[in-house]
Design a protein around this ligand. Structure first.
Ligand SMILES: Nc1nc2c(c(=O)[nH]1)N[C@H]1C(S)=C(S)[C@@H](COP(=O)(O)O)O[C@H]1N2
Ligand SMILES: [Mo]
Length: 201
C-alpha cells in the first residue's frame, strides 16, 4: 500500500487517487506559485513565440497569430518537485505538435526559454505526440501572470519545472544543453514516476 500522505486525510480508502500520485508526492488543492524571480509583465502587443535553432527555417507567431492556431482543452495531473501534486488541472492551449508541423530538424533536444530569462531543457520526444502544450488559459480563464501568463509550456508528465512559465519559444538543439534548474543540480529529465528529482536519481 502506498504511504498515506497529507492529502489523503479523510480519504484514506481512495485507491484511485493513490494510483495517480507519484512516489513521494502529496495532494495539493491550492495552486502554489513557484517562480525563481519576479513575474515578468508581458504585453500581448509585443508577445511572440519562436521556434528556432537546428531547424530548416525558424518561425515566429504574434499573439494574434498564435490565437488563430487550433487549440485543445486538456485536463491533467501536475507534479512539482517540491512534492505537491495537483489533480485534474484544466488548460487550454496549442499542442507542440501543431507548432512543429512541417519543421524539419535533426535535433533530439530543445531548450524552452522564457521572458525573464528562465530556461529548461527537454528531449524532443517528451514534447511531441500529444505530450506538451503552450497553454494560455487555466480553468477557463486567461492564464494569470503568476502562473505563467500570457502563455506557458505545459509538460504534465514531467516535474513542473519543465513547464516554463512566460514561455517565449523553443530552441531545438542537437545536443542536450542544461537549463536553469538543471545546471543547479536538478535532474536532466525529471520523470515524477521515477522520482528523478536531482542529478543522479
Ligand atoms: N519562467 C519560469 N518558469 C517556471 C519557473 C520559473 O521560475 N520561471 N518555475 C518552475 C517551477 S520550479 C515550477 S514548480 C512551476 C510552478 O508553476 P506555478 O507557479 O504555476 O505553480 O513553474 C516552472 N516554470
Ligand atoms: Mo518547482
Amino acid at each position: 500500500m502506498a504511504p498515506i500522505s497529507r492529502g489523503f486525510r479523510g480519504r484514506r480508502s481512495d485507491p484511485e487517487q493513490a494510483r495517480r500520485l507519484p512516489p513521494g508526492q502529496y495532494i495539493e488543492h491550492d495552486f502554489p506559485v513557484l517562480s525563481a524571480g519576479p513575474t515578468p509583465r508581458v504585453l500581448l502587443d509585443t508577445w511572440t513565440f519562436t521556434i528556432d535553432g537546428a531547424v530548416d527555417e525558424s518561425r515566429t507567431w504574434s499573439w494574434e497569430e498564435f490565437q488563430a492556431l487550433p487549440s485543445e482543452t486538456v485536463t491533467r495531473d501536475i507534479h512539482c518537485v517540491t512534492k505537491w501534486s495537483k489533480f485534474d488541472t484544466t488548460w487550454e492551449g496549442v499542442s507542440v505538435d501543431v507548432l512543429l508541423e512541417g519543421v524539419n530538424t535533426e535535433a533530439a533536444y530543445l531548450t524552452a526559454h522564457s521572458y525573464g530569462g528562465y530556461t529548461t531543457n527537454l528531449p524532443l520526444e517528451d514534447v511531441v505526440d500529444g505530450k506538451a502544450w503552450v497553454a494560455y488559459a487555466y480553468d477557463g480563464e486567461p492564464l494569470e501572470p503568476e502562473h505563467g501568463g500570457p502563455a506557458r509550456l505545459l509538460v504534465p508528465h514531467l516535474y513542473l519545472w519543465k513547464s516554463a512559465k512566460w514561455v517565449n519559444g523553443l530552441t531545438l538543439t542537437l545536443d542536450d544543453e542544461l537549463g536553469f534548474w538543471e545546471q543547479l543540480g536538478y535532474h536532466d529529465r525529471g520523470d515524477p514516476w521515477l522520482e528523478q528529482r536531482y542529478q543522479g536519481d
